[in-house]
Design a protein around this ligand. Structure first.
Ligand SMILES: Nc1ccn([C@@H]2O[C@H](COP(=O)(O)OP(=O)(O)OP(=O)(O)O)[C@@H](O)[C@H]2O)c(=O)n1
Ligand SMILES: C[C@](O)(CO)[C@H](O)COP(=O)(O)O
Length: 245
């Protein structure tokens, strides 16, 4: 059986959310957002070990939140970008011999379903890199500078071919290691997710997709915590807990 590690990335400051504390520390139905994300991996039977990558100024709070979860074996400082925090998780996992698979998950996605974690791990039996994604119900366009400083639509990619990427994103460790070795040698590296790093820097490596859920939102803007609370209530109303979010 592969040894499955999950890293919960909580190294951000939540600038779009604003406020005095990073969004991963905001209360959501009585528990910090971060705690919901950690609990999802604690409860996932496919996951053996959990790391928390936290904003350096808030390591103590993360340690306190993680303490009741026996699968959490380390709370580490994150970097100044999400990519840096992913690399911090990768380095920590590399230092632990015997790890085979790594799931990288946004702490800001507290509603990840158990079924999604299971599907991502299962897909790694046959794939080196796996992303979780949902179809877009909106038409998505590429924009370019238009007249008078405004934006203009430059392209309307076929919607049926588009997906919105979520997390977790899962990797065989050697795949992620090779991708980041190449990526970190690129002075122009800019990435918004880890599957994108594999796609760009290991062009021969397929990145598989498994279906996510609409409820797996990323708490990002003011008001998103209230949306997440409503989704949690809906789940409780369904008598769920088994992951159908
Ligand atoms: N240096 C960073 C930046 C982000 N993240 C984490 O990556 C996830 C997705 O990032 P995002 O939603 O952008 O979080 P923030 O960077 O905190 O938000 P913002 O961009 O609004 O500042 C979050 O769980 C965040 O804590 C991280 O681990 N390290
Ligand atoms: C990884 C991600 O959640 C996939 O949708 C997203 O790209 C993170 O972006 P952010 O700007 O760091 O929130």
């Amino acid at each position: 059986m592969p040894h499955v590690m999950a890293a919960v990335l909580a190294g951000g400051t939540g600038s779009r959310m604003g406020g005095a504390v990073p969004k991963q520390l905001l209360p959501l139905a009585g528990r910090p957002v971060l705690e919901h994300a950690v609990a999802a991996f604690q409860d996932a039977p496919e996951v053996d070990e959990v790391l928390v990558v936290m904003a350096p100024d808030h390591l103590r709070e993360a340690e306190r939140i993680a303490a009741p979860f026996p699968k959490v074996t380390a709370v580490l400082p994150g970097g100044s970008t999400r990519t840096d925090s992913s690399v911090a998780a990768l380095r920590a996992v590399e230092a632990r011999p015997g790890s085979d698979l790594l799931l990288l998950h946004d702490a800001a996605r507290p509603l990840v379903a158990r079924t999604t974690v299971a599907a991502a791990v299962a897909a790694l039996e046959h794939a080196g890199a796996v992303g979780v994604a949902v179809p877009s119900s909106d038409t998505v366009v590429r924009v370019a500078p238009g007249g008078g400083g405004a934006e203009a639509v430059a392209e309307v990619p076929p919607r049926a071919e588009l997906r919105r990427m979520q997390t977790p994103q899962g990797f065989r460790l050697e795949v992620l290691r090779r991708a980041y070795a190449a990526a970190l040698a690129d002075p122009d590296l800019v990435a918004t997710d880890d599957c994108g790093v594999v796609l760009r820097y290991l062009p021969g490596e397929p990145v598989h997709i498994v279906a996510g859920t609409e409820a797996n939102i990323k708490v990002t803007h003011p008001g998103d915590v209230e949306v997440a609370e409503a989704l949690l209530r809906r789940e409780a109303g369904r008598g769920a807990g088994e992951g159908e979010r």
